[in-house]
Design a protein around this ligand. Structure first.
Ligand code: NAP
Length: 510
């Protein structure tokens, strides 16, 4: 077992963890480490390798502002290209030298005596420990797959594949397939499988609203222009951003203004499906925007294929050979694809982080509801900043924009801690509560509250704790500077100035 002490430990090497590492390097901070259980950078864009995996935010906006990519091959990028982009950015900034892959953090606990986070992690089957003066939680909300709790699922004798843990060796050709779920992942998987499987049953609990996806490959001349015409890419990015912010205004303040979007979705159904009964079955019964608005041109035509059935009767149980629905129908299959999303508000990661009062994040959030200050700091968890924490999610534009806002806040936090010699920084309960009261106030007329749907944006109390309501530039303004007045702080004394024990953790070249 090895022990180390670092100034900052970042858990997660996806878009947010990598962005944090780059910003720290640019700030001249060297004493930090990134810990990730995977084998390279990318997080959710490394793990989601299901067929058809792609982004539904246009390529020019779904990238770091400090690493624009003029070489995007399509107007919407697919997973392999985004994964390559993230790793290229990591290479360019030399982040690998700060990163421990194949490393799973199993426990992180605040130590009030040393003013440090005590971390336990496993690497190559061995247990290690580390202490960190600051902890950055960059695991993202979409990292822990949610397996549906359906009677009999453990007894199924065939293969079960979750969308986020795809079995790339499994050959779906000619197979009888069940897909459970009709969310953002399923609508990308199903059209790909529909072309190769023998038969596919798609189990829909709630029909989603889906607009057409205006994806196309970029011409060589366009890529040339993105690279050589000054300001062109930034202007396109700005245009996409502005359009999306208009959608945010509708979702937050005037859901009725989204009627034209609903009309687009209805036209998409009409164009994609001939059968009137099937059209009715796929038409949602809630306001557009209440759940994520999906983008696809081939979802409806796939449901209309002869080898595909949409099943709308609820799932009663799973048998060793197939699925039984509430109407008593038995459908035998070889493989079940579960595209049932992630543990967002109940992530097991929350159990592993223990704050100053000896309670885990899960315990505190179970009792009080999921909440943080500016989606980042949680009262009672000193010196810990979450990236894409509560109230930072979006239904309409690029999460990378929110991540970069939080990175400004992180860098200014570290600057403040260093300049003032702070050993302990804990957001005050009153500041956190006031922030969340404002968020809930902004949400009250929004489509997520009034739209008549259940979604993963809600915690177990039914409150929308995942989403940022309104304009993202408001969040950018609120996170420009670390506002120390919202925090209870303690200055370092002699006992806090302990030198690093060994400098850098195991596996990182000194
Ligand atoms: P999701 O949106 O949470 O969808 C899960 C689906 O599974 C829903 O249709 C849900 O039905 C269904 N489901 C869950 N439990 C079920 C059960 N026990 N029985 C039957 N059906 C069940 O998950 P996702 O599709 O993986 O997407 C999650 C998020 O990932 C998205 O919202 C998005 O933020 C992100 N994502 C983004 C992209 C992109 O293009 N950028 C692509 C994929 C994913 P209900 O609707 O009735 O709950």
């Amino acid at each position: 077992m090895t022990t180390h002490d670092v100034e900052i430990a970042i858990i997660g090497a996806g878009f947010s963890g990598l962005g944090a590492a780059i910003k720290l390097i640019q700030e001249g901070v060297d004493d930090f480490v990134v810990l990730d259980r995977g084998r390279d950078f990318g997080g959710t864009w490394r793990d989601n390798v299901y067929p058809g995996a792609a982004c539904d935010v246009p390529s020019h906006l779904y990238s770091y502002s400090f690493a624009l990519n003029p070489q995007w091959s399509r107007s919407y990028s697919h997973q392999p290209e985004i994964h390559r982009y993230i790793n290229a950015v990591a290479d360019e900034h030399g982040v690998a030298g700060h990163t421990l892959f194949g490393t799973e953090v199993t426990h992180a606990e605040w130590d009030e005596d040393t003013h440090r986070w005590n971390l336990r992690y496993t690497r190559d089957g061995e247990q290690h420990t580390m202490t960190a003066r600051n902890l950055v939680g960059a695991v993202g909300p979409l990292c822990e797959p949610n397996l549906p709790d359906i009677d009999g699922i453990d007894e199924f004798g065939g293969t079960i594949v979750h969308s986020a843990r795809w079995d790339t060796d499994y050959d779906f050709a000619g197979k009888r397939v069940a897909v459970i779920g009709t969310g953002a992942s399923a609508i990308q998987i199903v059209p790909q499988l529909g072309r190769v499987v023998g038969h596919m049953d798609v189990y829909q609990r709630t029909a989603p609203w889906i607009i057409p996806r205006n994806e196309r490959p970029y011409l060589g001349v366009e890529n040339w222009a993105f690279k050589h015409v000054p300001g062109l890419q930034a202007a396109i990015r700005g245009g996409i951003y502005t359009f999306n912010e208009a959608v945010a205004a509708g979702m937050t303040y005037a859901p009725k203004a989204l009627k034209p979007v609903e009309a687009l979705c209805r036209a998409n159904i009409f164009r994609g499906i001939r059968d009137p009964e099937l059209r009715k079955a796929v038409t949602p019964a809630f306001a557009v925007g209440c759940k994520r608005i999906l983008k696809s041109n081939d979802w409806y035509p796939t449901l209309d294929r002869d080898n595909v059935d949409l099943v709308t009767s609820g799932i009663d149980r799973i048998t060793p050979t197939g699925i039984v629905t509430a109407d008593g129908t038995v459908r035998d299959v070889d493989v079940i694809v579960v595209a049932t999303g992630f543990h967002v508000t109940d992530s097991p990661v929350f159990d592993t982080i223990v704050g100053a009062a000896g309670e885990s994040l899960a315990q505190v959030w179970d009792r009080e509801g999921m909440a943080a200050y500016k989606g980042a700091f949680v009262h009672g968890f000193p010196n810990m900043m979450l990236l894409i924490g509560p109230s930072t999610g979006l239904g309409h534009t690029s999460m990378v924009y929110m991540i970069e806002s939080q990175l400004n806040y992180l860098v200014d936090y570290i600057r403040t801690v260093r300049d003032r010699g702070l050993a302990r920084v804990d957001v005050s309960k009153s500041a956190q509560d006031a922030f969340n009261t404002d968020v809930q106030h902004s949400l009250r007329r929004s489509v997520w509250v009034t739209g008549g749907c259940a979604s993963w944006y809600q915690d177990h109390n039914g409150n929308i704790t995942v989403l940022w309501p309104g304009f993202t530039f408001v969040f950018r303004n609120q996170t420009r500077r670390f506002d120390i007045a919202a925090y209870d702080v303690a200055v370092a004394d002699e006992s806090d100035t302990t030198e690093s024990v060994t400098g850098k953790p195991v596996g990182i070249d000194a």
